[in-house]
Design a protein around this ligand. Sequence first.
Ligand SMILES: Cc1ncc(COP(=O)(O)O)c(C=O)c1O
Length: 366
Amino acid sequence: MDKKIFRKELEKLNAYVPGKPIEDVMREYGLTRVVKLASNENPLGPSPKAVAAVQAEAARINIYPDPAVRVLREKLAAKHQVDFDQIMVGNGGESLIQLTAQSIISPGDEVITADPSFSLYEISVSHMGGTVHVVPLLADTFQYDLEAMLALVNEKTKIVYICNPNNPTGTILGKTALDEFVDKLPEHVVLFLDEAYFEFASAASKDYPDGLEILKRRPNTIVLRTFSKVAGIAGTRLGYIFSNPTMIAEIGKSTGVFSINRLAQVAAAAAIEDDEHIEKSVALNKASLQVFKDFFDAKGLNYVEPGGNFIWVDVKTDTHQLYIDLQKEGVIIRPGFLWGWDSWLRISSGNMQDTEICIEALDKFL
Ligand SMILES: Cc1ncc(COP(=O)(O)O)c(C=O)c1O
């Protein structure tokens, strides 16, 4: 068909490459067991309270969901001590990243992000005709090059994206560095703080900053979190942002009325109260990542101290081949070549059995 019908931005847009599904790898290599440590999911499974809530709600899916997502937003407001109108819920954090760009970016506007980082910022902004300045992370530490990012800020800059901890590297940007950056960032720029891995990062480091503290003193900030990771309900899709009420109202104008389905709403409203599941998820993540760290230490391989539920490691070999070799062994990981880091892997934490299976497979090649 004639592609002229599409927005011209789509011509150059590279779609997000998702982790390979287990079923595909089973079929491709004739395997009966495949371990997927590629999409930073929760290996403990979903919050049991969320599962029970979904089961109870299943008989009501003939009814449209609550467009205001009232029950969940009230619980989020109470838990995080913010106003109800400072919260917007999305069909996964992804949709909120897209809606934010759609609401703010016009052709000619500029944003600043990092490389490697979560690629959906760049995709969403490019889609709207915005210019994306991509600042490489500092080579030795994989930390944000905050000075270089600030140097790029001008009157056209609309959004600066900080993914904390950063995906795929897992690096945590500490309190002092973030505070200093925020103090220097001109007021007209929206600070987009992606805290998808908040619960893991808070447990991993005392120096991990809470974006809500920044929002309190800098209203032109958006803090993103999700139920996909620690709550283990990635499959129902439920993410949320905190910001100032005007930002929430404006971004909310272009979302579908019934875009947050009933099952996601009840699952999240139940998961938010499941402290036991959250604690167990954080503990399992720590235990799995420790096994990976011990293995890489023994092999003399460099890795970044993980702030999320995944580890970024230099396996000193080309990951194009290793990615395939591991799949033949029934293990799916995220190869670094996707971000242009050919000798690195991003491996999600797993349950202890899957962690061992992954390590046994890695051991055959490293
Ligand atoms: C940094 C980051 N932000 C946002 C998301 C989106 O999460 P979801 O759409 O599942 O809420 C992810 C998912 O992997 C992520 O890694």
